[in-house]
Design a protein around this ligand. Structure first.
Ligand code: ADP
Ligand code: MG
Length: 351
């Protein structure tokens, strides 16, 4: 085994899990580094929760191995694994107050009473809930309940914290605030976090690396920038951000070679249709604006190109100094689309 694998916080080899006919997890190879903030990103039903439950030991794999800090834990019970899970619904005990909820894991582990109190206080401080120890979950806001769930998980000092859509129940503003807090918390405690989410923004904001999942498999693993700038498949290109896909004759015409290529909407400029050609370093195509949606900081322009492909272009609204070369693009207008050839990203089609 490679040294990198031995020192990995989590190592999954050939991991599989079937429920009857359903292959929920269909052969996953993955290494998560010690101290990493790692996310599993994918649409609903892609197998994210099942991977997390396999790592935690709540499910038994149909095949493959699970290593934690180099040790094979595939056949071990959940309590014999140095991981804690935060569930989407938080699963707090409603009849216990915040202190009792957070201290529960220490109590069942037989930690001395005095140490329990100290660790509960420290855990509540780390999520800024020092003054809420006496309240019941029913007397807290959604964001506060979420922080209690985090404190309860962290108080037992696991090596790995597993989080299943932990912010899914919160409204957008609070979710964005909690994302910042979660990232800060992870830096503070320095342990490995594995987050499950279907929200690409959340995964990109929080993670050191992301595994994009589709139908029980990992399509690509990379840093947020790697996934966005160099998506390996059409699925990743469309799931992480928006992408225009060129294939068949459109690819031959615009890229100059056969294959499938993705072009991000913000890489494309909308120019006057009469603008001089510049095809050495650039791909170009003319088209007619079908729709233009003003979004405040940007405008999203849909163009039906003469190559027969519908394009989405995102243009920043930079204000009165907008580049004079940029053509106005109301619906019905003829425009020239131009982007640098390096933004034609080759995509693999699903096998
Ligand atoms: P995700 O978390 O990405 O939404 P899941 O891991 O929950 O996906 O589910 C993956 C697939 O496995 C889905 O098709 C789901 O219906 C199925 N599945 C998950 N758990 C069970 C179960 N306990 N019994 C039967 N099918 C299940
Ligand atoms: Mg899930």
């Amino acid at each position: 085994m490679a040294i990198a694998e031995e020192s990995a916080a989590i190592g999954l080899q050939g991991l599989r899990k079937s429920f009857g006919e359903v292959r929920a997890v269909d052969g996953i190879e993955l290494d998560v580094a010690e101290g990493e903030f790692f996310s599993l990103l994918g649409p609903s039903g892609s197998g994210k929760t099942t991977v997390l439950r396999l790592v935690a030991g709540f499910e038994t794999p149909s095949g493959g191995t699970i290593r934690l800090a180099g040790e094979d834990v595939t056949r071990r019970a959940p309590f014999e694994r140095d991981v804690t899970t935060v569930f989407q619904d938080y699963a707090l005990f409603p009849h216990m107050n915040v202190e009792q909820n957070v201290g529960y894991g220490l109590k069942v582990r037989g930690v001395p009473r005095r140490e329990q109190a100290e660790r509960v206080r420290a855990a509540l401080a780390s999520v800024r809930l020092e003054d809420f120890g006496g309240r019941r979950p029913g007397q807290l806001s959604g964001g506060q309940r979420q922080r209690v769930a985090l404190a309860r998980a962290l108080v037992v000092r696991p090596r790995v914290l597993l989080l299943d859509e932990p912010l899914g129940a919160l409204d957008l503003k609070l979710r964005e605030q909690m994302q910042v807090e979660l990232k800060e918390l992870q830096r503070e405690v320095g342990i490995t976090f594995v987050l499950v989410t279907h929200d690409q923004t959340e995964a990109l904001v929080l993670s050191d690396r992301v595994a994009v999942m589709n139908a029980g498999r990992v399509e690509q693993v990379g840093t947020p920038r790697e996934l966005y700038e160099g998506p390996a498949s059409a699925f990743v290109a469309s799931f992480v951000g928006t992408s225009n896909t060129l294939t068949g004759s459109a690819a031959e015409l615009l890229v100059g070679k056969p294959g499938t290529f993705g072009v991000r909407p913000e890489k494309i400029r909308l120019l006057d249709p009469g603008a001089e050609h510049d095809r050495v370093d650039h791909s170009e195509v003319r088209g007619t604006v079908a729709d233009a949606v003003y979004l405040g900081d940007s405008t999203r322009v849909v163009v039906d190109t003469d190559a027969g492909v519908r394009f989405v272009v995102v243009r920043q609204n930079t204000g009165p100094d907008d580049d004079a070369a940029d053509a106005p693009a109301p619906p019905g207008a003829r425009v020239l689309l131009r982007w640098h050839r390096r933004h034609n990203v080759p995509l693999h089609q699903p096998s």
